[in-house]
Design a protein around this ligand. Structure first.
Ligand SMILES: [Zn+2]
Ligand SMILES: [Zn+2]
Length: 165
């Protein structure tokens, strides 16, 4: 029947499309796993080959760019936080500065204080735990040089100063 042959043809087309999505994704470190979860028609669902996290990406950006895996990026941020002085745990999205994508919420492992800090400041180790600053002897090792790094700090952190090296 004509209807059946048409649907077979559609299936063939769909398989060809899936193969093409996969071929485009592999060199970029992704594999195509299905249709998007975000309800936006242009997006498809891909799995990161490095960490196996799934993410919605448009085939167009997969073809044109090198889409970044948010989970891999988050793992880098966690590493950077753990290597900072004092060491920090990355908790998640910023609370106070949630509107600014450069901020995340961290817990200071030295004093357990929770605060929003800039990603770039944590990476450059140019941040100050507000709690450790108030009670410097909480963190009384030789690394207290962090106290004078931000001596011009005010209550509203400059949004860009810490991002630059
Ligand atoms: Zn990943
Ligand atoms: Zn602290």
């Amino acid at each position: 029947m004509q209807v059946k042959s048409k649907s077979e043809k559609q299936l063939d087309n769909e398989q060809a499309t899936i193969d093409r999505y996969d071929d485009e994704a592999y060199p970029k470190g992704w594999r195509f796993i299905g249709w998007s979860m975000n309800g936006i028609r242009q997006y498809k669902r891909y799995e990161c080959l490095a960490c196996e996290a799934a993410q919605d990406i448009t085939p167009a950006s997969m073809r044109t760019y090198q889409p970044k895996c948010l989970n891999c990026r988050n793992n880098v941020y966690k590493d950077e936080a753990a290597k900072a002085t004092p060491a920090l745990a990355l908790l998640g999205p910023a609370q106070e500065f949630g509107h600014d994508g450069n901020y995340r919420q961290y817990r200071c492992l030295s004093c357990d204080h929770t605060q929003d800090l800039q990603l770039g400041a944590v990476r450059a180790n140019k941040f100050q735990c507000q709690q450790c600053k108030l009670a410097p002897n909480v963190n009384n090792n030789e690394d207290t040089h962090t106290l004078d790094v931000n001596n011009n700090e005010d209550s509203k952190p400059n949004e860009n100063a810490w991002l630059e090296d």
